[in-house]
Design a binder for this molecule. Structure first.
Ligand SMILES: Nc1nc2c(ncn2[C@@H]2O[C@H](COP(=O)(O)OP(=O)(O)OP(=O)(O)O)[C@@H](O)[C@H]2O)c(=O)[nH]1
Length: 596
């Protein structure tokens, strides 16, 4: 135990965590340089392309210092807010953290939020100034920021570069010297924290754990405390580039278990593994059920593909337990699924995986948060995951919506515009704090429903990219919300309904009608677009009729050109849905996200 070091790397997105991790693996000969080039830790195609680590991983390195062998377990964490629960569990398995800050960017919102998580778990923090090779690196300024944030000595900050390998030996030395070894009782009953799981089509589900107390042996009868399920530890081992089977994993060490688990749902990150016959007294604290925050409908473009879509979603769920879905039907879109995601990025990833890995073409509806509606009678609580399911407003006592606490870090020049944006999004400023003379941290409380719309994009635009954003939920609050419906030629389109704060409803209704007018293709008859609250029409637009013949201008001459145009037209139609007599393209279902 004395020669084990468990650590994670925390950083804002794109500050170079994965690249630096690869350098550590290379330096300790855990992987070869050639393998490293493929950015090993990000082994999902999608991850590699997007340059983000979606799921956390663990890998073991051996390192020799003064003749003594050390085992270094690196637990990789995802950097994006959607996956912050996974970050917090990975952090709970560590004794130390490398805090990576891009020397050209300085401290950003996720640097701070992940740092706070690490400090809550009393981790030893090793600050690293990364990307020192960049011409725009500002080492002295960023060092000031780090010292301001975590205290400590300027000299303790290690200058590094994942690109050139600068600082890598110093980082390894610091891991051994500064991070404490794990502590635990080797003789106590087994208590192991599950911090991640992966799905492998050959081996089934593999859970990653850290042994806090006791030890686990191959063949042991174990129990997962939160789910209550029991398994045989068919195979246990440590994680190098591949799995290395072992007979025993002892206190303080990190490993994997394969035990015939069929579905990702059976393994809950944060759960405790113990022995069936000699269980531990209590589960490891801090376990939470991950709850989806954002909901949207996913429908097959072709109604006949419904069964295939269901099958694909089931298979996706096998390795992503945080995806939840249930069948729903929409008058406009037919049969599909209402899906719950951890956040907007998670939603995009699922949509993309469905298309890439399962070859499904889907229509996604506007995302929304979940609401709590209270009936006048009995104050009965109804959870609403879909605005069109809102009970009749005349029978409602009140509606509550989720609120978040948002942290934004930006340059002082942008404070004004960002404040106006947040206030426009019904936010309340709670705190404004200067990190340095030029960098400000703003803390807001605001409804989560406002950020699922277009908040990120707007924030990025008004701050010219110089603002970073992070948030967590702080509970539900009563709001004056109304349901806004959209009709096309008097036919309501349920998939376009939304819940809006009353004060914004008129403006919103007007804008969405204008946007739809822009997005709906003109057809051979007039299309009336209306926004209504209950029976009251609050906005309308009309698209005039058009006789559209794309081949008309081809004079009947060149047949191949004509065919090409028809092909093109057919393709354009693919993602369309017919409601009444109006054809709606996918872009229109997301129109709300693109209002000016
Ligand atoms: N110049 C320079 N570029 C770097 C360095 N380290 C990483 N990069 C680049 O920065 C980008 C982000 O690097 P990643 O290692 O993917 O960042 P990350 O922090 O792992 O990102 P997430 O996993 O999404 O949080 C990539 O384009 C890297 O090539 C460095 O030391 N110097």
């Amino acid at each position: 135990m004395k020669h084990i070091r468990n650590f994670c790397i925390i950083a804002h997105i794109d500050h170079g965590k994965s690249t630096l991790a690869d350098r550590l693996l290379e330096y300790t000969n855990t992987i070869s340089q050639r393998e490293a080039q493929a950015q090993l830790l990000d082994n999902m195609d999608l991850e590699r392309e997007r340059g983000i680590t979606i799921k956390s991983h663990a890998i073991q390195m051996n390192y020799k210092k003064d003749g003594q062998e050390y085992i270094l377990n690196l637990i990789d964490t995802p950097g994006h807010v959607d996956f912050s629960y996974e970050v917090s569990r990975s952090i709970a398995a560590c004794e130390g953290a490398l805090l990576i800050v891009d020397a050209s960017q300085g401290i950003q919102a996720q640097t701070i939020s992940n740092l706070y998580l690490a400090l809550e778990h009393d981790l030893e923090i090793i600050p690293i100034l990364n990307k020192m090779d960049l011409p725009g690196a500002m080492p002295e300024e960023v060092k000031d920021q780090i010292v301001d944030l975590i205290g400590g000595e300027r000299d303790a900050i290690i200058p590094a570069s994942g690109k050139t390998g600068l600082g890598v030996p110093d980082i390894l030395e610091a891991i051994v010297e500064r991070i404490p070894h794990p502590v635990g009782d080797a003789d106590a009953p087994l208590q192991a924290l599950i911090f991640d799981s992966v799905f492998n089509s050959f081996r089934g589900i593999m859970a990653y754990f850290k042994v806090e107390n006791g030890e686990i042996r191959k063949g042991d009868r174990v129990k997962f405390v939160a789910t209550g399920k029991e398994y045989f530890a068919d195979e246990i081992g440590t994680l190098k580039l591949n799995q290395v089977p072992k007979e025993v994993i002892k206190t303080g060490d990190v490993g994997y278990i394969i035990s015939g688990i069929k579905e990702a749902r059976e393994v809950k990150v944060g759960d405790t593994i113990t022995h069936k016959d000699r269980p531990c007294g209590a589960a490891i604290q801090g376990f939470e059920e991950v709850k989806p925050m954002v909901f949207a409908g996913i429908y097959p473009v072709d109604t006949e593909d419904y069964e295939e879509l269901r099958e694909s979603m089931h298979r996706l769920q096998l390795n992503d337990a945080s995806l939840v879905f249930e069948p729903e039907s929409s008058a406009a879109l037919g049969f599909g699924f209402r899906c719950g995601f951890l956040g907007m990025l998670h939603m995009e990833i699922i949509q993309e995986r469905l298309e890439r890995e399962f070859d499904m073409t889907v229509i996604t509806t506007v995302p929304n948060v979940s609401y709590k509606a209270y009936m006048t009678k009995d104050k009965e609580e109804v959870i609403v995951h879909n605005p069109s399911d809102l009970p009749d407003p005349s029978k409602l006592d009140s509606i509550e919506e989720p609120y978040i606490k948002a942290n934004i870090i930006t340059k002082s020049d942008f404070v004004g515009p960002i404040m106006s944006l947040c206030i426009q999004k019904r936010g309340t400023i709670m705190n404004q704090h200067y990190l340095t003379s030029d960098r400000v941290e703003l803390v807001f409380e605001m409804p989560m429903g406002e950020i699922v719309f277009d908040f990120y994009d707007k924030l990025k635009t008004i701050s010219k990219g110089y603002a970073s954003f992070d948030y967590h939920q702080i509970g539900y609050r009563t709001s004056d919300l109304v349901k806004l419906d959209i009709r096309l030629n008097d036919e309501p389109v349920d998939a376009l309904s939304s819940l809006i704060h009353r004060s914004n409803a008129y403006d919103f209704g007007k804008k969405i009608c204008e946007k739809l007018k822009e997005l709906l293709p003109r057809q051979q008859f007039e299309i009336r677009i209306q926004a209504s609250i209950g029976a009251k029409i609050i906005a309308r637009e009309t698209i005039s009729a058009l006789r559209k013949d794309v081949t008309a201008k081809c004079y009947g001459g060149d047949i191949s050109r004509k065919r090409k145009l028809l092909e093109k037209q057919k393709k354009g139609k693919k993602r369309m849905r017919q409601v009444g007599n109006v054809e709606i393209p996918q872009s229109a279902f997301m129109a709300v996200l693109k209002l000016d």
